[in-house]
Design a protein around this ligand. Structure first.
Ligand code: FAD
Length: 326
């Protein structure tokens, strides 16, 4: 319960929301779908700013990237034709897996999920990490200054209590959002650079049941040029875990030949060696659901399956596009 909540603002303008969030004297936070916030036990929150009328619920694309507004619900991400096609549909599937309750998916937004990070237990975070997605953050500041010496135009003409309004915008990688986002920054949208047309992607998860939260999940993106890995991204996440990119595995595979001699079978030994070396320092957290050791061992298997499937898809897509060119 938010027992000390005494202000509710229904704003129609982003600037208005930003100025309310920038107030230093009243602890004000955004209200999106409310699925997390309204169950919170936090007596320090004094005001909420309802974001529903800010027209931040959209999914659109430009030449190079896809933009998903912060107020887009998880269910809209499941249903959007653009996301069914983007990245082999992994983001749409992860949005579905993030919460198997449609009631929650209809309210829970992408912005809210990103803002609470690991606590949301959302599978979308891992897929966004593999896609190298960025969040667009905007904040405002309102500073009162005393120009006792006047201004450049009017020297000597003293102005007291002048209010200066400023607005800042920056992009932050979704993986670092929980560390880098400041409390007065509003998440405006998520920007995903379109993967190359021939890229393969795979999303895998382990849960106690198919509809349970993921004890562990993995997402891999693979691009192959002339049989060689030109780009590999691998992210692991799961319940109570911030998603982590396996940069060592990615570096080990880049530039290596994806197929065995003859080009018909996948070089699985290469994947095993890269995972064994690159995941040696992977230390997932333990909780009542699974031990760290269980997550570490299953993480290697899950990552293998994700890389194997992503490589097969990339190889198949390359074959189809080269046949189309002939
Ligand atoms: C019983 C229950 C179980 C759930 N289980 C799961 C689950 O297993 N997996 C899962 O993914 N989700 C689950 N959810 C939903 C989860 O709460 C949402 O996924 C999401 O994390 C919250 O989104 P929201 O839009 O409802 O955010 P809200 O509850 O409105 O806000 C959450 C936080 O994010 C901040 N915030 C919201 N939007 C922005 C923004 N644009 N910029 C900056 N800060 C912002 C708010 O200030 C608040 O601090 C569950 C919810 C319930 C009620």
């Amino acid at each position: 319960m938010l027992l000390n909540l005494f202000e509710y603002h229904w704003v129609e303008d982003i600037d208005e929301a930003l100025l309310l969030l920038a107030r230093p004297d009243v602890k004000t936070i955004p209200l999106a779908g409310g699925t997390h916030l309204l169950g919170l036990d936090d007596d320090s929150i004094q005001a909420v700013v309802d974001l529903r009328d800010l027209e931040l619920a959209y999914i659109h694309e430009d030449a190079a990237s896809v933009h998903i507004g912060a107020m887009t619900t998880l269910q809209s991400m499941v249903d959007a034709p653009l996301l069914k096609e983007l990245a082999v549909g992994t983001l749409a599937r992860a949005a579905q897996a993030s919460s198997f309750s449609r009631v929650i998916r209809n309210s829970a937004t992408l912005g809210g999920t990103l803002a609470i990070g690991a606590a949301s237990q959302a599978d979308v975070l891992t897929v966004l990490a593999a896609l190298d997605a960025e969040a667009l953050l905007r904040s405002a500041s309102r500073t009162r200054i005393d120009l006792s010496g006047g201004t450049v135009e009017r020297p000597g003409f003293a102005l007291a209590g002048v209010t200066v309004k400023g607005k800042q915008e920056r992009r932050v990688s979704c993986v670092n959002l929980s560390i880098e986002r400041r409390s007065n920054e509003l998440i405006i949208e998520v920007i995903i650079q379109r993967p190359a047309a021939g890229a393969g992607m795979s999303f895998q998860r382990i849960g106690r049941t198919p509809t349970d939260i993921a004890l562990l999940n993995a997402c891999a993106l693979v691009e192959i040029d002339d049989g060689v890995y030109s780009c590999v991204r691998l992210a692991l996440g799961g319940v109570n875990m911030e998603p982590v990119r396996m940069h060592v595995v990615e570096r080990q595979l880049a530039g290596q030949t994806a197929m065995n001699p003859g080009g018909t079978t996948l070089n699985t030994q290469l994947l095993v060696s890269a995972l064994q070396a690159g995941m040696a320092n992977f230390q997932p957290p333990a909780d009542f659901r699974a031990s760290s050791g269980y997550r570490k061992i299953s993480g290697v298997n899950l990552a293998f399956r994700a890389l194997e499937e992503a490589t097969s898809i990339a190889r198949w897509r390359n074959m189809v596009s080269s046949k189309e060119r002939q």
